[in-house]
Design a protein around this ligand. Sequence first.
Ligand code: IVH
Length: 713
Amino acid sequence: MTKIEAKNRVAKLREEIDFHRYNYHVLDRETISPAALDSLKNELFRLENEYPDLVTPDSPTQRVAGRPLSKFQKSVHSQPMISLFDAFSEEDMRAWEERNDNYLKGRGEGRSRAGYKEYYCELKLDGLAINLRYENGLLIQGATRGDGKVGENVTDNIRTINSIPLRLRLPSDKELSALNLNATESRTLSALISGGTIEVRGEAIMTKAVFSALNKKYGRAGQAVLANTRNGVAGSIRQLDSRITAERQLEFYAYDLLLADYERGELVRTRASSDRLANLLGFRTLKQNRICRSLEEVFDFYKTIEQGREKLPFEIDGTVVKVNDLKMWPILGVVGKAPRYMMAYKFSAEQATTRVKDVVWQVGRTGALTPTALLEPVKVGGATISRSTLHNFDEIGRLDLRLGDTVIIERSGDVIPKVLQVLKNLRNGSEKRIAPPKRCPMCGGPVIREPGEVAYRCANKRCYAVNLRQIIHFVSKGAADLEGLGPKLIEQFLTAGLIRDAADLYALKKEDLLSLERFAEKKADNVLAMIASRKTLDLGRFIYGLGIRHVGEETAALLASRLSSPLASGELRIKDLIKYFQSLSVSELEDLEDVGPIVAESIAEFWRDKHNLELLEKFNARGIRLVSSDSGAKNQARLKLSGEIFVLTGTLSSLTRSEAKDRIKMLGGKVKETVTRETAYVVAGLEPGSKYGEAKRLGIKILDEKEFLNLLS
Ligand code: IVH
């Protein structure tokens, strides 16, 4: 990127970041996910690092978020409430320690201060930062962070939080002695608690349980539901009616103590002791917090916390790693907007922003061309992502995606990442429109789009890529299940000319395999033995493996169960199968449950196609035997929810909406959008919508996620 390009990009990024931050911090309105916003900030930060003279005092990297809302009185913080630098990897954390090393060495403090490599590791709560001021032991003020210097006075609301003591608890001498204080220090501290000023900083949070209970309640009453726990807290504290705050049942965890007139490290020497003291003063502190004596221990802590994250009663977005020795804090000091002595070591975000470099078309087994975005590599949810599916050409239109665009991508679990949104404000005019494919990228064959179809397709029946995909499909788990024959191996067979179609797999010979690179004798024997052992196929799996358009596993099993009885049970000959299918008219096929006109037409066409008949004949000649023994019974068991109508509302935590739909359909159920008297069940996840109220009104059975999963199992 040239300097001019960087300058323009920086300006666009600032505008975009400011827009979303204003919405979020001032108006409590979330217009972009925090992860995507972080991603934009990271890009800005990187550019400013590369071109330091582009840094301006008003850049979002230079200030702490938010502005006080005008409806509350302002409150000037005794010490600024700064923010934290973020790390996302062990590498980032090592770089942080190294920077501190160098910094201290530069100040001649390196050797004498070896203790700074001991860390106190805490959970990073995802709520709202609050400063509490106690004078003579009494809570006199609670304030939000605001812009870091001036916050909002929200004392009335804060007072409704039960885990905030209105008067500090006075610890006993014995308790104080556990903090390694001598007798004089203990007395001084006691005097300060009851007669001085102490500020306690921490996070106000809403537990997951309260969040879902409230949302259930709001949903039932037809009121707006809370977007997430953090918004729940912000909306509760920054509002004028403290009765509403009380209803929200917030909690508070302390993470810092400021003792007026005492330097950091005086009286209370370590962050671990300060955490203990906060607890003794009557605050909740996090029992997971730990001292770690090296970065390796920090990494273990981080991993343990990340693994247990789901089970915690509240949301966290990472850990905060703090130099344990408080005397080091003023020595290490603050740089820019955040201190050197602590680091937010965050969980990898599941959304990120990046740029689309190109769009390529991938050929599927039905010849459908699926657009895939090639991205500038970016870390999302712990993995580096460089491509993302765009589903079809209509999706490109819906997103209004152009080459060069900045996009938000999302990855959840192991699901293929997808493009969620285009950030059009970041365009600079050089973006290019994306045209539909004119020729198949693999075989150069013509591309067609049939009326009423979304997909563009390669029309070449002999397209290499289509053939490859079809063989891969035939081999897959739900079909012939030829274990160990992965896509790479099949491609190797195909390019070496060992096979032309799936039937050829059953005629492979040992010398064929040995002729391939990296194919030792043992491997060849294993592959051949596996293929030989799987020549008898279940009818439903075989039909599914044929890759008939619109015939998925479910329809294939259904066809098998309907066809097996007229064809007699036990073993079936492929010839009889062909005869049987050819004898059925489209309308007879349509009479089968769940087979509509398009599917019926596609099935009928398959059994008329010369190329397909040749393939079937080849399967026959290679000794493939079909059995239908259990398909009927399997189908019976599968159709446990036959005809039952389901309506889904809210978010399920263990399934996506489409997974839930698939599971219902697999068991014979149907999924509809609206609740009527015909609805059998309404499945209510988190934040259910108006369908929940409607189900209640009509007396329809409502299942929570656990009940729903039980029903499916
Ligand atoms: S220490 C210099 N400790 O994270 C700021 N912060 O991203 C000192 N947070 O504004 C904060 N858990 O609201 C600290 N254990 C923890 C925390 C924590 C959550 C929040 C805090 C801060 C934000 C910075």
